[in-house]
Design a protein around this ligand. Structure first.
Ligand code: PGA
Length: 256
């Protein structure tokens, strides 16, 4: 397959590691593993508490981009415990992951996801919208589930903003489980997601939206999922805090 879109690999550190010193070490090792030949956009999304540590390690490098694991939709004010998209953007964060299944499991609704998507885009960042089925049923009801998640998350997003929209397809059953869909299943899902965007915005919109796969990505399965799955990159959880593994995944996307 001819590739016209630069691969995108995002490390979602989730609620790890335990200390800022460890965060700094991971960030340094990841940065150190990237070379002038790394032909991919690499994003690291640490817990907000470590954002300044990772920012310092980054030191303006354009090979290493800052991401957030969430962003609140209000700009400022009485919202205890939240950090807004505007605050993140002013700090130098360029990507925000929205609607991760671990947040949806805590009660984040499609409506809240949609508000956050708009806030992230308005702040001038790229939004990474996570979608994924809880399980695969034989009647393929899960396709409807994915379609609804995408339609609701992107409701009201204009065609012009699509360049800053990334969809991360993360089957919930694959996250942290060591199980993955087959590359053929991933390929089919990529086409299905592109068809949704074609229906919503017209065929020319299809090339605008990057589609990632996430869920138990490792240096071992990344090559196959990337080439045969035909995705534009990965959203990586567990392996992203193991620098050698994360670099291995990045290399699997850039050596094709
Ligand atoms: P995992 O997580 O790579 O540990 O399965 C992926 C994710 O939740 O984004």
């Amino acid at each position: 397959m001819e590739r016209t879109i630069r691969p995108l690999v995002i490390g979602n550190w989730k609620m790890n590691p335990q200390t800022a010193v460890m965060a700094e070490r991971i960030a340094r090792e990841v940065k150190g593993g990237l070379t002038a030949n790394t032909d991919a956009d690499v994003v690291v999304a640490p817990p907000n508490l470590y954002m300044s540590v990772v920012h310092k390690v980054r030191n303006g490098s354009n090979r290493f981009i800052l991401g957030a694991q969430d962003a609140f939709y209000e700009k400022l004010g009485a919202h205890t415990g939240n950090v807004s998209a505007f605050m993140l953007e002013s700090f130098g964060v360029a990507f925000a992951i929205i609607g991760h299944s671990e947040r949806r499991a805590l009660g984040e609704t499609d409506d809240v996801v949609n508000k956050k998507v708009h806030a992230v885009l308005k702040a001038g960042m790229t939004v990474v919208v996570c979608v994924g089925e809880a399980e695969r049923d034989v009647n393929a009801q899960y396709l409807e589930e994915i379609e609804q998640q995408i339609r609701k998350a992107c409701a009201g997003v204009t065609r012009a903003r699509l360049r800053n929209v990334v969809i991360a397809y993360e089957p919930v059953w694959a996250i942290g489980s060591g199980k993955t869909p087959t590359p053929e299943d991933v390929h089919e899902m990529r086409l299905f997601i592109q068809k949704i965007f074609a229906d919503l915005y017209g065929r020319s919109a299809v090339g605008q939206v990057r589609i990632l796969y996430g869920g138990s990505v490792s240096p071992k399965n990344a090559g196959e999922l990337f080439t045969e799955g035909g995705v534009h990159g990965f959203l990586v959880g567990g392996a992203s805090i193991r620098p050698a593994d994360f670099i291995g995944i990045i290399k699997a996307c850039t050596s094709v």
